[in-house]
Design a protein around this ligand. Structure first.
Ligand code: COA
Length: 255
């Protein structure tokens, strides 16, 4: 699939989000491709580490807004986005992310399920779910307050305020900030360093760090998903999506 490029070398599978004309926003097919790639990485002993990257100017503008408008309700078990979210949340091997430019919505929330995150100094993170008439997803309503503290989480999730690389470093979402042109190379170097370590130890260490709240994270993803799907069908979300596509400010005065 051209919108998600997959390349494997030296035990590292690199997934490149590659839809530049739409700022790397995700379609259902792209979630499906990411989910399939992670499943393959889980089962293939020759893949030891996964890298997720965008390009130097944009990581991802989040879910495709036109796709939101057209999406038909479907059970979570069948929805590609939930296959991806469950897959990344439970992935047993290390995942390293390289983030430059805007990381909107799922572009930010997927990072809570990566093990290491390196950012360009142009990275801008945002979770504008409320501004779109939606609610958080990917377990972010649990994981963001845990990582940032409640009040900063409220700024990010209730106000939907973006935050830059320095703030992300301060709260621990990002490991290190680099010039954008150096991020992908640095991440490849680190991924190869991880891939050279004993796999059994990596998997056991990740499992032990995550097991305490894995069930809670999966339950939160499911509960957020039910409410997100309901809100997607309501007038506030329809107004927000239509306004974005018409390049105007949304008018929530009647919803
Ligand atoms: N879904 C669909 N199309 C999107 C998109 C998205 N999430 N994000 C950007 N695009 C499209 C724009 O509609 C535009 O298409 P056009 O050239 O056909 O008009 C193109 O990508 C370029 O976007 P533009 O907004 O002009 O780029 P920018 O550099 O000024 O801004 C962003 C980049 C990411 C800050 C901005 O596009 C944005 O805020 N996108 C929406 C983010 C969002 O709300 N996502 C949902 C999160 S749940």
């Amino acid at each position: 699939m051209q919108d998600i490029l997959t390349h494997t070398a030296d035990g590292v599978m690199t997934l490149t989000i590659n839809r530049p004309d739409k700022k790397n926003s995700f379609t259902q097919a792209m979630y499906g491709a990411m989910a399939d790639a992670l499943e393959q990485a889980k089962n293939d002993a020759t893949i030891r580490v996964t890298v997720i990257q965008g390009d130097v100017t944009v990581f991802s503008a989040g879910n495709d807004i036109s796709d939101f408008l057209q999406r038909k309700p479907m059970p979570q078990e069948e929805a590609p986005v939930f296959k991806f979210l469950r897959g990344i949340a439970t992935h047993p091997k290390p995942i390293v992310a390289a983030v430059c430019g805007p990381a909107v919505g799922i572009g930010t929330t997927l990072l809570f399920h990566c093990d290491l995150v390196y950012a360009g100094d142009n990275a801008a993170f945002s979770m504008p779910f409320v501004n779109l008439g939606l609610c958080p997803e990917a377990g972010s309503s649990l994981l963001v307050p845990q990582m940032m503290g409640y009040h900063r989480a409220a700024e990010a999730l209730l106000l939907g305020e973006p935050f830059m690389a320095e703030a992300a470093l301060e709260v621990g979402l990002v490991n290190r900030i680099l010039p954008p042109t150096e991020v992908n190379d640095m991440v490849q170097t680190l991924a190869r360093k991880l891939a050279a370590k004993p796999m059994g130890s990596l998997i056991e260490t990740k499992r032990l760090m995550k097991k305490g709240q894995m069930a809670q994270v999966l339950a939160q993803i499911a509960e957020e998903g039910e409410n997100f799907a309901r809100l997607l069908q309501e007038p506030a979300a329809k107004e927000a999506f239509t306004a974005f596509l018409e390049k105007r400010k949304p008018d929530f005065s009647k919803v």
